[in-house]
Write a protein that binds this ligand. Structure first.
Ligand SMILES: Cc1cc2nc3c(=O)[nH]c(=O)nc-3n(C[C@H](O)[C@H](O)[C@H](O)COP(=O)(O)OP(=O)(O)OC[C@H]3O[C@@H](n4cnc5c(N)ncnc54)[C@H](O)[C@@H]3O)c2cc1C
Length: 568
């Protein structure tokens, strides 16, 4: 059986970001333009510079011809030598789940700003792509977010005024100079950019197989050979004591040196336990938002077609609740009841602006330098602060409330329900505080998904054999986003929150997580192939090139990298 270099579980934005990053040769999508320029210059012309070794007094130019002074051709991403397999439960293509949900919820624009994307080549890649493709009209401005900078005093005042479920109009939070970053892209623009990334790095669909992972083990190769008589492991360079992953899915078994978990929240959506709510896999009267089929459901569509009144109840205080309420009304539902257990929060992005705006690096530094993971968890919870809606959707909600199509109830929880099979409706709905309800045709639970790594079924074997500490359901990974220093199971996205910060569940987490993971995967793979490398498949020149790369990328000890360069 073939051993893959890297097996990525999850073909969502995080999986795509890791796969693309592993195929990108430039150092960092978090680099500034100047840093990128310097890097490219070193790659192209660095070896034409004459560097004298201070110990031997030998010129570097006299030692190697440097292709007779010709600049090195730029590598394309497709030349990556990493053998990769991607498994995804939702489909055999990148972003299947993302595309399904965006279509289902009728989302026209992303919520996140322009520098939230999965392109490893450049921090401004999505913006660059937009203008290159002449698609500037597909950007949506965020009114009130960008403008003249506001004093600290006014900001504080504004914060105090913000308890009313509205973004205050007392001034902008983002400086005018950064305006270009704070548009939001249309969903189709973002999808095209992702397609361009796939094409650029040769990440065709055939890399991906639709399989649901059921178990992961990490054992010595010999152990698998004992238990599997029919499996012949085909890597001569590996001895039986070398450890590899065995990933079992609903369709088969795969072996890999490195596994990346890019599984989003990881857990299945769960619906709160409410008396009267029949706990079955699927019920005609209710559904979790992430598992919606036809919307509105067929029995409501029949009523709408017969001009009968229809009522829907949506539970949850995030953007999905309002998006679904708006969609339901546009599709003919007479009235939607919205229940939120807390207040209605209005924010531009999922996280507070100070984690997205100018001072994000300060916050991020505080996050990284916190003493404990408990402190980090607290910062995450404070920055995200549950579900929220955007100012634009606040206006949509206001309009529907004014026309009587939506009835919003904050600080309200569902207490009990009763389903009438004959009427195909919930005929008794009790809430706290008590509200009068007509019979409800359908309930949507837009209550999000709780992430808890300890309860993810397919990670139970790993947890048993390689226990990991958790805080708030999130694993305490190494700084390299590894399960532990000895277990090359990398984790990105929401589950890597304690290392990546409050933006981990979003696209920015995908990009930054991929950045960290890719460098470390290369290190792990290099260690595995070290013996072969020392047997001189790599020339002295290639090693020198690698040193230049390390210097330019700021990896490892920069001085050490320079010593490597001058000694050739
Ligand atoms: C409706 C909606 C809109 C959003 N809009 C934005 C936005 O505009 N900007 C933003 O930054 N964020 C947004 N988010 C947050 C968004 O979820 C993340 O940005 C992004 O999807 C995270 O990517 P991911 O790859 O970590 O997870 P996911 O997109 O959830 O992908 C995880 C993948 O892993 C697969 N998987 C899970 N378990 C297994 C298993 N056992 N075996 C095989 N495969 C498995 C799943 O099938 C899935 O395809 C939005 C979220 C939702 C729900």
């Amino acid at each position: 059986m073939h051993i893959h270099d890297v097996l990525i579980i999850g073909a969502g934005p995080c999986g795509l970001a890791v796969a693309a990053r592993l195929h990108e040769h430039t150092p960092s999508a978090t680099f500034t333009d100047d840093e990128h320029q310097r890097y490219h210059w070193i790659r192209k012309h660095g070896r034409r510079m004459n560097i004298k070794n201070y110990k031997t007094n030998i010129d570097s130019l006299s030692k190697h011809s440097l292709s007779q002074g010709k600049p090195e051709p730029e590598q394309t991403g497709k030349e990556s030598k990493v053998g990769m397999l991607v498994l995804d439960a939702d489909g055999a293509d990148w972003m299947t789940k993302w595309n399904r949900l965006f279509k289902k919820f009728g989302i026209q624009y992303l919520r996140s700003p322009m520098f939230f994307h999965v392109d490893p080549s450049d921090r401004d890649a999505l913006l660059g792509y937009t203008f290159e493709e002449n698609r500037g009209t597909e950007l949506q401005a965020l009114p009130g977010c960008v403008g003249k900078e506001v004093s600290k005093h006014r900001k504080k005042k504004k914060r105090n005024m913000n308890g009313n479920g509205r973004v205050s109009q007392s001034g902008a939070d983002i400086d005018e100079r950064d305006r270009k970053d704070y548009f939001t892209p249309s969903s189709s623009l973002f999808a095209s950019h992702c397609n361009e990334i796939k094409a650029r790095y040769g990440l065709a669909e055939r890399l991906i197989q639709q399989e649901r992972v059921l178990d992961i083990e990490y054992n010595e190769i010999g152990d698998y050979q004992d238990s599997e008589n029919d499996s012949v492991i085909s890597d001569d360079s590996l001895d039986d004591e070398k450890k590899v992953f065995r990933v079992t899915s609903d369709k088969g078994i795969h072996l890999a040196h490195v596994v990346v978990l890019a599984i989003g929240p990881g857990n299945a959506p769960s619906i709160p336990t409410i008396p009267g709510l029949l706990s079955c896999a699927s019920h005609v009267g209710y559904c979790h938002a992430m598992q919606l089929g036809q919307f509105p459901p067929p029995h409501m569509i029949r009523k709408i077609e017969n001009m009968a009144a229809t009522n829907m109840l949506i539970v949850g205080g995030g953007l999905t609740s309002i998006q679904l309420a708006d969609l339901a009304i546009k599709r003919g539902v007479s009235k939607v009841w919205l229940l939120m257990r807390g207040s209605l929060k209005v924010k531009y992005f999922d996280v507070d602006l100070d984690w997205v705006g100018k001072f994000r690096n300060v916050n991020q530094a505080t996050f990284w330098s916190a003493d404990t993971d408990e402190e980090r968890l607290e910062m995450i919870l404070k920055a995200r602060n549950g579900g929220s809606i955007t100012p634009r959707y606040r206006k949509v909600l206001d309009a529907h409330m004014a026309s009587g199509k939506i009835s919003l109830h904050t600080y309200t929880t569902l207490q009990s329900l009763s389903w009438n099979e004959d009427l195909q409706a919930w005929t008794s709905v009790a809430t706290s505080p008590d509200l009068p309800f007509p019979s409800i045709d359908f309930i949507v639970f837009a209550t999000g998904i709780q992430s808890n790594i300890t309860s993810i079924p397919f990670l139970q074997t790993m947890q048993r054999k390689y226990p990991i500490d958790c805080v708030g359901g999130l694993p305490c990974l190494s700084d390299d986003l590894m399960w532990s220093d000895d277990v090359p199971l990398f984790v990105t996205g929401r589950l890597a929150g304690l290392r990546l910060g409050p933006g981990a569940p979003n696209l920015v987490g995908a990009r930054v997580g991929a950045e960290r993971i890719a460098w470390n995967i290369e290190d792990v793979l290099q260690k595995i192939g070290k013996a072969r490398r020392e047997e001189s498949t790599e020339t002295t020149q290639e090693i020198a090139d690698e040193k230049v790369m390390e210097y330019a990328a700021g990896r490892r000890n920069r001085f050490d990298s320079l010593v490597g360069v001058t000694s050739n």
